[in-house]
Ligand binder design. Structure first.
Ligand code: UT7
Length: 312
């Protein structure tokens, strides 16, 4: 039992923070940020704008794109690490805010920057088991809530937004989410984690070193499992954290530059929303076309990492 992609949508907050905006409030430069990360700007949600607000906006856009209503969906999964409320889940809030008439099962997945891969992993399992008809998978984050303006080494790296993909059960096992792999190593907790007062604690250089090996490892695992090589893959859409990590990982795997999708310059690191936002951007701009094969590896706090293969 397989699945296929039938809709997509995203939401980016109106407020854009450029590197120049950071130059004005901390000891940093546009040149440093661009050279070390590739980031030029990021969106920051308004103070009263919540993760659920952004998730609802992305969900509405995806439903409109698929020409469906919320009651046509029979499961909602939200990847988020930055919900304002500990309970209920953002996914339940989305279903409620959209006035669903059915009692649609809904839950959140917390996997930091790998969260969207974990959510797709769950969706794939439900399809494989033949348990659900249409699953909406949303990635939504308000990273700006965790940004510590006194720490230039992390403040400039993150952004806010939400993306949503809708998958439908299909008899083909070569469409939609074809495969997923997810992993974790909690012994590396210290490398990157949140603090009780909502700050990002990160050892940047160590995290960088892990990212450039673990993301390609997961990507290679999934290509080997599917019996394919980079030549068979149309696009690699790596988690958008840092342009140097993206390029170095893709080069290790033997992907040419023209097959690498980059949105980190516009969105920065949106953690669990990164993959869905990047894919939606590529669909909207006719960069990734229907039927193409996409390899999406991710890496993040935990440590967690993984990859998925999607025929869009
Ligand atoms: O989603 C997954 C989670 N996160 C990641 O993937 C992040 C992985 N790590 C990275 O992307 C990079 O390590 C960073 C972009 C965070 C940092 O780049 P780096 O090349 O590893 O720089 P560094 O931490 O080694 O710092 C080099 C210098 C330091 O100055 P000194 O000690 O050499 O004088 C920093 O203080 O750059 C300085 N620096 C800055 N300078 C200007 C750090 N942040 C900034 C800044 N502006 N914003």
């Amino acid at each position: 039992m397989g699945n296929r992609l039938i809709g997509y949508g995203s939401y980016l907050p109106a407020r854009i923070m450029s590197n120049a905006d950071f130059e004005r409030v901390m000891d940093t430069t546009d040149q440093w940020i661009v050279e070390r990360t590739g980031i030029r700007e990021r969106h920051f949600a308004a103070e009263n704008e919540t993760v659920a607000d952004m998730a609802v906006a992305a969900a509405r856009a995806a439903l409109e794109n698929a020409k469906l209503k919320i009651d046509d969906i029979d499961m909602v999964i939200v990847a988020t690490t930055t919900p304002e409320l500990d309970f209920p889940s953002v996914a339940v809030q989305v279903v409620g805010r959209m006035q669903a008439q059915k009692n649609i099962p809904a839950f959140d997945v917390r996997g930091a920057c790998t969260g969207y891969i974990y959510a797709l992993h769950c969706a794939r399992a439900f399809f494989t088991a033949g348990m659900h008809e249409r699953i909406m998978v949303i990635g939504a984050e308000k990273m700006s809530r965790f940004v510590d303006m006194t720490d230039r080494s992390t403040a400039v790296l993150f952004g806010d937004g939400a993306g949503a993909l809708i998958f439908e059960r299909s008899s083909s096992s070569y469409s939609g989410i074809i495969d997923t792999v997810v992993m974790s190593d909690g012994k590396k907790f210290d490398m990157l984690h949140g603090s009780p007062d909502h700050k990002i604690i990160m050892n940047g250089p160590e995290t960088y070193k892990q990212a450039v090996t673990l993301m390609p490892d997961a990507a290679r695992y999934i290509m080997d499992h599917a019996g394919i090589t980079p030549d068979d893959v149309d696009w690699i859409v790596p988690h958008q954290a840092n342009l140097r990590i993206i390029q170095s990982g893709a080069a290790r795997l033997g992907f040419p530059l023209e097959k690498i999708l980059v949105t980190v310059d516009k969105h920065a690191n949106t953690s669990g929303a990164s993959g869905a936002l990047a894919l939606t951007y590529a669909f909207d701009n006719n960069i990734i076309k229907k039927g193409q094969l996409v390899l999406y590896p991710a890496f993040g706090s935990g440590l967690t990492w993984g990859a998925t293969l999607i025929r869009v």
